[in-house]
Design a protein around this ligand. Structure first.
Ligand code: ZN
Length: 137
């Protein structure tokens, strides 16, 4: 299997938002709503590159949630003059629900952008894993 890490930010975003493996663009990152296999079923790329690796995806999730909440509040409050007593509970509910729904995409985007910005590290993690597997045989 030829590994092909993303060559551009657009390609990284495309693979991330479609929940595809960033290294082969064929394997699926999730096999359930939140269940993620350890490695790609097509190219065997190990998704979690270290302990706590996906902690960074919470920054993406948090950032997108706060940007959407702030933008929605500003537009609805000052553009359409909707009262705060309606907006605040609705946006509070949004802040609880949206991160759960966006969880998979945040992880996928994190992994995909990491493979783009750290192509060498991603390829090294593949070769190191192959060496370990060769020793075990
Ligand atoms: Zn793959």
């Amino acid at each position: 299997m030829i590994l092909d890490p993303p060559n551009s930010l657009g390609q990284a975003f495309s693979r991330g938002i479609r929940l595809k493996c960033p290294m082969c663009n064929k394997g699926r990152l999730f096999c359930g709503f939140i269940r993620m296999p350890k490695s790609c079923s097509v190219c065997a790329f190990h998704f979690e590159r270290g302990p706590g690796y996906f902690l960074g995806s919470t920054y993406i999730n948090y950032g997108v949630t706060t940007l959407l909440t702030t933008w929605t509040y500003m537009v609805l409050r000052f553009g359409f003059d909707i009262s705060r007593s309606v907006l605040i509970p609705a946006l509070a509910a949004f802040c609880l629900i949206f991160p759960v729904l966006f969880f998979r995409y945040a992880r996928s985007l994190w992994l995909s952008f990491d493979c783009y910005f750290d192509r060498t590290g991603a390829m090294e993690s593949v070769s190191e894993r192959e060496k370990l597997e060769d020793k075990q045989l």
